[in-house]
Design a protein around this ligand. Structure first.
Ligand SMILES: [Zn+2]
Ligand SMILES: [Zn+2]
Ligand SMILES: [Zn+2]
Length: 490
């Protein structure tokens, strides 16, 4: 009996090279910390031995000593200057990993939790290593989480003014090594937090408004659990990794909407490229059938790490040559506004014409024009324009081609009817242009156009010829203007 008690109580361990104790509180396997600490260089461990008496694991939250003298408290750890002890909090560590996972396009949740754990432990150790040991005692009497100047200055001395040698922890190399390893088998209390979150997420699946993106993530996570967490990635996550890259995001940075529109197409192209690559090199895929008998493919973390950059490069190269290179040529050809002749039509406008489905009709004409002419000049003359107008000109002509004569007419129309005949308020330009380009009341438009020149004369005769503003329209008819009703007023 006594023996059993002893074993249960023994949560404290020592690790090779380390003079400080490690108290897991039975919350996690000792191995989790061991895997990190064995990768820390000797020098750094020696320095930690000077500063640290102990490292312990807590769940978090209410165990913090914020405001008490001699404690430095952070989101995920706390340093007790009385006992020279670091306390690591699991709950906020889990939360950080979970939050990061929710935002990414790929990866298994436990991988992010593990990464977050490693990251926060290393950060806490780096903090401990920097402590100015000669100020250790003085720190016991200070509130180290205060933000006034005196406290800040002391804290600065405490962390940045140590005369002795402080070795570096090579954070990136340790992190890389940890990322390449298999996931730990046992996560202890982190697993409890994980299971709670999974339960919570399952409930979200039933909420209709819950974002689809997250629902897909949850479904994939559940499938990974079913496959014993041996396969950390759905194939679709690899494809997403390939098509959501900096290169394309930078390219479409002014046109997020178009980028989103293209994503579907990119995805299917990306999928073909990736599958071809897998076939070519005989890379194994784990098949999974869901309850509706749909097939899903999964890959291990090791394979994902091995193939991700090749797949990314292939996708970028193929998609770039298919979509973007043609675009460069297009943009270079139509770089000048055919109406006002300004150069450098911006990417936003050009991309909209080239990539958005709304402008398919214009795009086809523009591509045809490009094929039939050596330069943009050949497609334009004194009376006729063709090309991509700058945003200002396009708002006026709403077309890629036309006669300059008609452009003049629009301009005169907008000036002539710029004032509401009822209240004399100024009419919005867009409102007038909507009216001008509306086909339904061609006769009325004709009448107004015919009378552009006579407009002033009518006004002197007190005849209300014009386009009532939207407010007057609502006042008169009790509803917002529909273009085909305007004629009745005149
Ligand atoms: Zn222009
Ligand atoms: Zn009015
Ligand atoms: Zn208005």
């Amino acid at each position: 009996m006594a023996n059993f008690k002893k074993i249960r109580k023994k949560t404290v361990n020592y690790l090779d090279r380390c003079a400080f104790y490690i108290d897991t509180n039975n919350l996690i396997e000792f191995d989790l910390i061991k895997r990190i600490l064995v990768k820390v260089e000797d020098e750094a461990i020696e320095r930690l031995n000077e500063v640290l008496k102990g490292l312990r694991i807590y769940i978090g939250g209410h165990h913090r000593n914020t405001g008490k003298l001699g404690y430095f408290t952070n989101e995920t750890y706390e340093f007790d200057f009385h006992k020279r002890r670091l306390t690591i909090f699991l709950a906020p560590i889990f939360k950080l990993g979970f939050t990061r996972w929710k935002k990414t396009e790929f990866g298994a949740l436990l991988r992010y939790v593990w990464e977050s754990f490693c990251h926060e432990i290393i950060m806490a150790l780096i903090f401990a290593m920097k402590i100015n040991t000669s100020l250790m005692e003085e720190a016991q009497g200070k509130d180290l989480n205060k933000f006034d100047e005196v406290s800040r200055n002391f804290f600065d001395d405490l962390l940045h003014k140590y005369d002795g040698y402080i070795p570096r922890i090579n954070f990136i190399s340790i992190n890389n090594k940890l990322w390449k390893e298999e996931l730990p088998e046992k996560f202890g209390f982190l697993r409890v937090l994980y299971n709670r979150e999974i339960k919570q997420m399952k409930k979200h699946l039933a909420v209709p408004r819950y974002p689809q993106f997250l629902k897909v993530k949850i479904f994939n996570e559940l499938r990974k659990i079913k496959l014993g967490y041996k396969y950390e990635y759905n194939l679709s996550e690899l494809i997403n990794y390939c098509i959501h890259n900096d290169r394309f995001e930078d390219f479409f940075k002014n046109n997020w909407k178009i980028y989103k529109e293209l994503q579907r197409e990119f995805y299917y192209k990306g999928k073909r490229i990736v599958l071809k690559f897998f076939k070519e090199y005989d890379i194994p895929l784990k098949e999974y059938r869901d309850s509706a008998n749909r097939r899903h493919f999964f890959i291990t973390h090791e394979i994902f790490e091995r193939v991700k950059s090749v797949c990314l490069q292939r996708c970028i190269a193929k998609l770039e040559s298919k979509y973007l290179e043609g675009y460069w040529e297009f943009k270079a050809f139509y770089a000048q506004c055919p109406i006002c002749k300004t150069y450098d039509i911006n990417d936003k406008v050009c991309q909209e014409f080239y990539f958005s489905e709304n402008y398919n009709y214009f795009k086809e004409l523009l591509l045809e024009g490009m094929q039939n002419a050596g330069s943009l000049e050949e497609l334009n003359d004194e009376s006729y324009y063709f090309g991509i107008p700058c945003p200002d000109c396009f708002s006026l002509v709403r077309n890629i081609q036309g006669r300059f004569e008609d452009l003049e007419l629009v301009k005169q129309f907008v000036i002539a009817y710029s004032v509401c005949p009822v209240c004399h308020a100024k009419n919005h330009k867009e409102y007038l242009l909507d009216f001008f380009y509306e086909d339904e009341r061609a006769e009325l438009k004709e009448l107004l156009i015919k009378n552009i020149k006579n407009h002033n004369r009518y006004e002197k005769l007190n005849i209300n010829l014009g386009i009532p503003c939207c407010l007057c329209f609502e006042e008169l008819f009790g509803e917002p203007p529909a273009m085909n009703l305007l004629a009745d007023l005149i």
